[in-house]
Design a protein around this ligand. Structure first.
Ligand code: BUP
Length: 459
């Protein structure tokens, strides 16, 4: 009997940073003849999530879709956070067991569930009842993953995050400077912290951790975690990145494109802080000054709220009209969703000022675009360390977390000049791009890892 390709159910959790790698992997699995079932929680938090899911399904009619209802708790029901994405993680965990009947009746029967880290504790028992393996798709760096996996141990010692220590030690990996630890981790009852700790405790139940990274990008961390030096209970970490991009191109604002097309090679800084950063209006003004002072051309994607549905301010209310007049030929500011992968692929882009959301990092790595890291929250400072160490970017540590203090236009301007003029960095970043291409090309390390997992799951 010849084996047939596996049937894989994918379960992402909330936010574009989480949904994106799931859509990309679903698309890759589908093109490798797997049967794919994509599970989504309804209602979704952001408009970007619902539109990307609809577009993906319309482009992949062969993919089956299961939508399940979550009952989000009211922000006031959790005293530690009002972040709608964290509240949705919690609500999803409470609702996941309802999926059992539809997963049990899947045809052909499911071979595996690929789920987000944020739902391991609730999906692992479902996968066990179905008698199938559960793989986790990690949406962050391997280094931050180590911190999450080790968090229960750190939380068991009240001194782990004491301000008298300058570093946090995790066996096997280079210690993390205390300022890189997400502030909520210092509060064990914070919803973000308790969710990560609960899920970290369930990690050993997973069959493997599929990671959107590649061996050459995080070699020491991958070697440490896979040799059991971080924790000896973890399943294998399987680097399969950078994931191939899949994104809608239609219905997007591309009004900047004719301008971008007319710019010379590697002359434009692309500025974006991801889908969830709400920068203060004072910082937005300083950033505009910095861009202008740098003298470089820029394409700036501006967001002012954590959830896109709340983003109602118009450009003219955020920046003075004189700024637009002065920079008419120098730059473009865009509000709304753009196709970041298309922008990064554009020959005019020569640098990327970014928050170090992990998808953005992997997209810059694929294209070998040098980054200026300006982490804002969550995993982003740890990711920025990885970016710097891999030779993909530079990082001004003293800028702190977003919303922590105001970074002046003068400093921003200087750093942008440094980014754009550092030829050594440009060469190193190009090399990162070449290595990324080798990893995912035929016979590459990431490609082989994914092929082996799929062969293992064949029915
Ligand atoms: Br904004 C924006 N267009 O306008 P990250 C983002 N993206 O294609 P985040 C666009 O969304 P987390 C836009 O290319 C990336 O794939 C971008 O994920 C794409 O950051 C994704 O980079 C955003 O991981 O998520 O949104 O802050 O906080 O989970 O890291």
């Amino acid at each position: 009997i010849t084996a047939s390709p596996p049937h894989i159910a994918l379960l992402p959790s909330a936010g574009m940073g989480h949904l994106t790698p799931f859509l990309r992997l679903a698309s890759m699995l589908s093109s490798r003849s797997c049967t794919v079932t994509f599970i989504t929680a309804s209602p979704s938090v952001s408009a970007a999530e619902s539109s990307h899911i609809s577009f993906f399904l319309s482009q992949h009619p062969q993919v089956k879709h299961i939508e399940f209802q979550v009952l989000p708790c009211k922000p006031s029901s959790n005293p530690t956070t009002d972040d709608p994405f964290f509240l949705q993680f919690e609500a999803t965990n409470r609702s996941v067991h309802h999926l059992y009947p539809s997963l049990a009746s899947a045809s052909p029967p499911l071979s595996a569930i690929f789920s987000d880290f944020a739902v391991v504790s609730s999906i692992a028992p479902v996968a066990a009842d179905l008698g199938i393996p559960n793989y986790i798709i990690s949406t962050t760096s391997c280094k931050f993953f180590c911190l999450m996996a080790y968090l229960p141990v750190l939380l068991s010692d009240p001194l782990s995050f004491s301000s008298s220590l300058s570093e946090v030690n995790i066996p096997g990996i280079i210690s993390l400077p205390l300022p890189s630890i997400p502030p909520p981790f210092k509060n064990p009852s914070h919803l973000f912290t308790s969710l990560i700790a609960t899920n970290a405790q369930a990690l050993s139940k997973a069959k493997g951790i599929l990671m959107n990274t590649f061996d050459d990008f995080e070699p020491e961390t991958l070697a440490a975690i896979n040799s059991g030096r971080v924790l000896d209970t973890l399943p294998p970490i399987l680097p399969i990145g950078p994931l191939e991009t899949f994104e809608p191109k239609n219905e997007l604002d591309q009004s900047y494109l004719p301008w971008l097309d007319s710019q010379s090679a590697e002359s434009v800084v692309y500025v974006s802080f991801g889908s969830r950063t709400a920068m203060s209006s004072a910082q937005i003004r300083e950033l505009s000054k910095g861009l202008e002072r740098s003298g470089y051309r820029f394409l700036w994607v501006l967001k002012t709220s954590k959830v896109d549905k709340d983003d109602k301010e118009e450009l003219k209310d955020l920046l003075e009209s004189s700024f637009f007049d002065r920079t008419k030929n120098k730059g473009r500011v865009v509000k709304g969703w753009v196709s970041q992968q298309d922008i990064l692929e554009h020959p005019a882009i020569g640098g990327f000022l970014n928050h170090c959301g992990w998808n953005s990092v992997m997209e810059a790595a694929r294209k070998g675009i040098p980054m200026l890291a300006w982490p804002q929250h969550g995993d982003q400072r740890v990711n920025a360390e990885v970016v710097e160490k891999a030779g993909l970017g530079i990082w001004e540590r003293k800028w702190g977390w977003g919303l922590e203090g105001l970074v002046s236009g003068e400093e921003i301007g200087k750093k942008i000049v440094e980014l754009m003029e550092d030829e050594k960095l440009r060469g190193l970043a190009r090399k990162v791009g070449e290595n990324a291409g080798k990893a995912t090309g035929i016979g590459g390390k990431s490609e082989k890892v994914l092929t082996e997992v799929l062969e293992y799951l064949e029915q």
